[in-house]
Design a protein around this ligand. Sequence first.
Ligand code: URA
Length: 234
Amino acid sequence: MRLDKFFSSQNLVSRKQIKSLLKQKAIAVNGSTDCKPEQKIDPQKDCITLFGKIVQYQEYIYIMLNKPQGVVSATNDRTHRTVLDLVPKELYRPGLFPAGRLDKDTTGLVLLTDDGELAHRILSPKNHVEKAYLARIDKEITQMDMMQFEQGMTLKDGFVCMPAQMRVVELCDNPLVEIILKEGKYHQIKRMVAALGGKVLSLKRIRMGGLTLDPQLEEGACKKILHKDVEKFL
Ligand code: URA
């Protein structure tokens, strides 16, 4: 990889800035400041420093987003803000995309990454990665409703769902329930609740696999996640 590409891929320094940093001798490759932008480096083996500090190479980036309502899980959209519009400049990289979709009015955990292979593993229906949601429902939830979820319910259009879990978190007129799915079909929770004769009033994804939405992360905010945490997805 070229030295200038290395810096731009890490979103640290633009290709323009690199020339002046090289002139200032702010960049060193294996201790030598005698470097050129087009110089080839091996990001896994060479020691690259910027102002004396080692630049840790990260091949891919993983970002946890707490999606607010009104934002679409797409990379571009003519009329709505997208999840990518919420990524701060310092975390942005070309090729970022949401690994999995939430409806426009659903809030909560979205993983943004440029790692296509990991996204594929998370999204592959074969892997049955669990997703947990908190849903506010407009009707009382009965034992019978929970049993239907557990047994794998049939939706109004005839689609047979995989067994899922539902438990009541807050008992009131519009109960709050936790729902755990192992699949992710279009509007799945809304359709499952409709099959019980109810309506979802609000929906938030709180977990994907073993990775839980950081409760400190405000709606609309992003944070970079470490590779060791990314493994928790699966
Ligand atoms: N189920 C839905 O109905 N909507 C979502 O956004 C996610 C799961």
